[in-house]
Design a protein around this ligand. Sequence first.
Ligand code: GLA
Length: 735
Amino acid sequence: MAKTTGIQFDKEHNVFNLQTPGTSYVIGIYDGKIPMHVHYGKKLNSTYGIFDMLDRKEGQLFDYMPMSMEYSKPFAHNEHPQELPVYGDGDYRTPAFHAQYADGSTITKLLYAGHKIYDGKPALQDMPSAYVESDEEAQTLEIYLEDELSGLQAVLCYTAYRDRDVITRSNRYINKSDKLIKLLRVDSGCIDLPHMNFDFVHFYGNWAKERMVERTPLFRGLQSVDSTRGASSHFQNPFICLAAHDATEEVGDVYGMNLVYSGNFHAGAFVDSMEKVRMFTGINPFDFQWMLNPGETFQTPECVMVYSDEGFGKMSHIYHEFIKERICRGRFRDQERPILINNWEATYFDFDEDKIAAIAEKAAQVGVELMVLDDGWFGKRNNDRTSLGDWFVNEEKLPKGLNSLVKRVNDLGMKFGLWFEPEMISTVSELYKAHPDWCLHVEGRVRTEGRYQLVLDLSREDVCEYIIETLSKVLSSANIEYIKWDMNRSMTEIGSAFWSAEHQREVAHRYMIGLYKVLGTLKERFPHILMEGCAGGGGRFDLGMFCYFDQFWTSDDTDAVERQFIQTGTSYGYPTMVMGSHVSACPNHQTSRITDINTRGYVAMAGQFGYELDLNTLSEEEIEKVREQIKLCKELAPVFHKGDMHRIKSPFDGNMTVWEFVSKDQKIAIVEIFIIKCAPWNPYQSLKLRGLDPDAVYVDRNTGKSYTGEALMYMGLQRRCDRDFGYEMLILEKQ
Ligand code: GLA
C-alpha cells in the first residue's frame, strides 16, 4: 500500500483519512450526513472497509436508546463516535457544542453540506494559531455542516502536517439566519476513544509550584481541568494527556491535547455508560455566552493534538519540535537568546541608577549579555501598591531618565531590557484617577484587588490603544532590546463598562482577543525586541502566549530543587527553549534552601539561562564558577534547546532527577544528574540513557572514559546517589 501523508478522501464511502507520517485521523460521513469520528491513532494507510466496522444497529441495548429514524438505518447518536457532538439528539456524553436559538430552544442538528481540501493552513480570525512556512507542508480539510432549522453553519477545520505527527483542529460558526444565535459552548476539539483503559494526566500547581504531574486512572463520568481566572493560570494547565495504564517514557499509547489559548479554558475526558471516552478541550463554557448576530462568524481557539505509540517521551519530542518551529515565531525563533541578569531578587524595589549599573558592570565582566530592569522603574512605584498604568520613568530612582541607564549598560557591551505589567492598573495611579472605568468591574460592586491592583479592561479598544501607544512611546525612547511582560493577578468581577448587558458574558473572551491584538501589534512594531512572558512566574504558560512570547518565566520559585519538579512537569508539553530559568542567591528567597552554585547553574541551563541576583555578593571562587557556567552554556545551549530532551529519572517518581539532552546528529549528549534525597542504602543506581547512536563510542569529556552507545542505553551508566543534593553534569562526545 502506498504510504502517503496529507488528506485522502474516499468519495465512494465518504471517508477522510488525515495522515501524518505515523498517525491517522479518520472521519466518516455516515449516510452522507453525520460526521463521525472513526479513528485517531496509529497510521492507517488505507481506510478500506473501516466504515462498515462501525455499523452498529443490533443488540438489546438499542431498544433502550433514542434513535434517529430519518436516516437509511436507525442511528443511535449515543453509540457512535462523533466529530461534533451536539446537545439534544440522544448523545448523552458531554457535547462539544451548545447554543440557544431565537425560539428559545437549545437543540442543534448539524449535517454535512460539503467540504474542501487544500494545501497549507489558514490563519484564524482573532485567534493565534500554529502555522506553516510553505503550503506543501500540510493539508487542510474544512467540513461544512448546516442546521437547516436555525440557519447555523459550522466549519470544522483540520490540518494534517506532512512531516510531523501533529493534527490541529478548530471550528468556526457562522450565523446565516436573520435572527440572533447565542453560543453557549464552543469546544475546539474532541475525540471519541473506544475504551477507558487510560490514565488522565494533567499539570496542576500554584504560585511557585507550576505544572506538577498528576496521573489518575479514568473513572466513569466527567473528569476535567479548567480555569475561571481569566488566564490559563498556575492552577491547571490547558495541556492534558490520556495515557495507557502501562505507558512509560518509552512505551504505550499516549494522546496529547493542548489549546492555543491563554484565557478561561476547560479540558477533560468523559467516560460514558459503555466505558467509552470522549476527550475534549476548548473555551470554558462556564459563564460564557456569545451573541452571534446575523452574518457574524465566531472562531474557536485551535487545539493541537499528538498521538504517540511510544509513550510520553515521543509525545514530548513531537510537541517540543512543533512549538519551537510552528507555534513560536519571529526573529528570535531559531536564535540562541542572550544570557540575562535580572535585578528583581537582587534589589526588589530598592534601587537607583548606580545600583543597577553596578550589577550590570559585574555581570558584563563575567560575560552576561543582557541587563533586565524589573519592577519599580516607573511612576511612583516604590512598593507593589502603586503606579501600574503610569508607564513613565520614576524620577526619584532614575533622575537622569531611562536613557542614561540604558547608555551605561550598552557601554558595557550589554543589551538592556525592561519589565512591564501592561494589563494592570493600580488604584493609586494617575491612570486610575483619569479612567476609573477602564478596569474590569461590575458597576455598584466592590472591586476585588489582587496585589493591590485591578485588571484593565482589554475587551475595550480604547484601553488596548492606550497600552499600545504608551508602551510604544517607552520602547522608542531608549535602546530597549527585551521586555518582560508580566501579569500578576487573576481576574475578578469580569465585567465591562463598555459592553451592554447582553454582552457581559463575552468579556473574558473579548479580553483575550484584545490582548492578542495588542501583543501582535507590538511584536510587529518592534520585531527586534525579545519578548519574555511572565504571570507571577509561570501562570500563563500556554500555546496562545508562545505565538507572541519568545520565552516565558517558568516560575517565581528559583530554588534549584523545586525547579527540577517544575521544569520536569513543564517539559511534558513544552520545550526547554521557552522556559526562563535563572541562578539565584542562596539561601534561596522562596525556600531558604542552600544549594551549590553548580546545581543552580546546571538546572538553569536546562532552560533559557540567566541570573537573578547581584553577582557582586558572590565570592571570588563562585564568580569563577559563574564564568565557567556562562562559557559552558554558550557552548551547549544548542544541545539544550535544539536537541532532544529525555526524562531519564523524574523527581516525581524517586529520589533523583536525570535529564539527558542529545543533539540531533547524536554527536553530543549532556546528562544532568541531581540527587534530591540521598540513598546510602543503595549507593549506585543504573541510568539507562536514550537516543544515542548504539554503534558509536562516546567519550566523557571530564574523565576521558569511553563507553559504547549501546552499553549506555541498554545496560546503563552506574551512578552514585548517596549524597544529598549531589549533582553531576556529563558531557559525552561521539568519537
Ligand atoms: C512577578 C514576577 C517576578 C517579578 C515581580 C515584580 O512576581 O513573576 O519575576 O517580576 O512580579 O513585581
